[in-house]
Design a protein around this ligand. Structure first.
Ligand SMILES: Nc1ncnc2c1ncn2[C@@H]1O[C@H](COP(=O)(O)OP(=O)(O)OP(=O)(O)O)[C@@H](O)[C@H]1O
Ligand SMILES: [Mg+2]
Length: 352
């Protein structure tokens, strides 16, 4: 028995499409310990959502999945639909980008929380309603007792996402999977919902997989980060290692593109030129090579493994700093994002 609440080993997911086989996930492995927060970042199409959907058995039928997925030491890939749906309501909870994916527009918020509670616990409707009110209060909905009788459309976007967090907490999950939970919200509401999520974790003692394309959301929230590109984990490590000593040029690129309040106004944002590869068919070499300013011959012919970064300061199992770059040990010594052109350089190129 392992102490990990979620353990994914060598996950591969292919989709059969008209354009050919899409290799959406290629050899993803990671473990999540109880109460740990892992952030998964990467551009659109890198495989973040497919990884989280696979881990709870929610992928489309067109998907072929190989690898091992254990949640609380139970194998997700061999579970029946009934076992899976029980697992989803109890051990694991999900929060998606659009709260209306989780909420039913024709039922009141209170009814939906009561149903979530009564599906997995033997309690009366009356007791469940008292608990539903307590949960709405916990997630910061004012006048919770009255609000229980509102329909989702009577809530603001931020309130709806908080109601979803309340439902997620209803049966004391051991792990919460949140896929872009704040992306659809404006910045101030984003901060409030993140704070609610933090409170939910403190109270429920759940572990969290937080998926986002925004590294700013992860800073100060996650313990560890997985950076995904072209269906693989291309860098992983503790938050500080990833932010201050990134060892994969792609991560440098992501870090260069986040605006920071304390950066001097003359510091320009840097962008990664080009776009990610399509995942159809097979490719040779490093999938980032076409966009990488440091690429050399070997990058075009050999796909690098996710290896330990030699100069890593942390070596405890699961938290090691790893990078899938042939030149990781040089990249880790470079100033963050310095290898990418800043937007002013781009502009001067265009105006020539
Ligand atoms: N049902 C499907 N059928 C075919 N291809 C799919 C399917 N679902 C996902 N994919 C492909 O799998 C790859 C990974 O998709 P995924 O949704 O995981 O990306 P993501 O990292 O979550 O991106 P985003 O930031 O846009 O949400 C993409 O190339 C996508 O087109
Ligand atoms: Mg996604």
């Amino acid at each position: 028995m392992s102490e990990n609440i979620l353990s994914i080993q060598d996950l591969n997911v292919d989709f059969q499409t008209e354009a050919g086989v899409v290799h959406a996930i290629r050899g993803v492995s990671f473990d999540l310990k109880p109460q740990e927060v892992i952030g998964i970042v990467g551009e659109s199409g890198s495989g973040k959502s497919v990884t989280s959907l696979a881990s709870i058995g929610l992928l489309a039928r067109s998907a072929t999945t190989t690898g091992t997925i254990l949640i609380d030491n139970q194998s997700v890939t061999t579970m029946s639909e009934k076992e899976l749906s029980n697992l989803r309501g109890t051990t694991v909870a999900m929060i998606f980008q659009d709260p209306m994916t989780s909420l039913n527009p024709v039922y009141t918020i209170g009814w939906q929380i009561v149903e979530a509670l009564r599906a997995h616990q033997k309690i009366s409707k009356k007791e469940a309603r008292v608990e539903a009110q307590r949960l709405l209060e916990l997630v910061g909905i004012p006048q919770a007792e009255k609000r229980l009788d509102n329909y989702p459309h009577e809530f603001s976007g931020g309130m709806r996402q908080r109601a979803v967090i309340a439902i997620a907490m209803a049966n004391q999950p051991k792990v919460i999977l949140a896929d872009e939970p704040t992306t659809a919200l404006d910045v101030t509401v984003q901060a409030q919902v993140l704070q609610t999520l933090r409170t939910a974790l403190e109270i429920s003692k759940a572990a969290l997989v937080l998926i986002t394309h925004d590294l700013g959301v992860i800073a100060g929230f996650a313990d560890r980060i997985l950076v995904m590109y072209a269906g693989r984990v291309v860098e992983s490590g503790l938050v500080d290692e990833i932010f201050y000593r990134p060892a994969m040029p792609y991560t440098h690129g992501l870090l260069g593109s986040i605006p920071s309040i304390d950066s001097v106004s003359s510091v320009r944002l840097r962008q990664i030129p080009g776009s990610p590869p399509t995942m159809v068919g097979t490719h040779t070499g490093c999938p980032f090579a076409a966009r990488c300013p440091l690429r050399k011959e070997i990058c075009l012919t050999e796909e690098p493994e996710l290896k330990l970064v030699a100069a890593s300061t942390n070596s405890s199992i699961g938290s090691e700093h790893r990078s899938a770059c042939h030149f990781a040990d040089e990249v880790v010594e470079m100033p963050v994002a310095s290898m990418f052109p800043d937007s002013s350089e781009d502009f001067s190129e265009e105006s020539k």
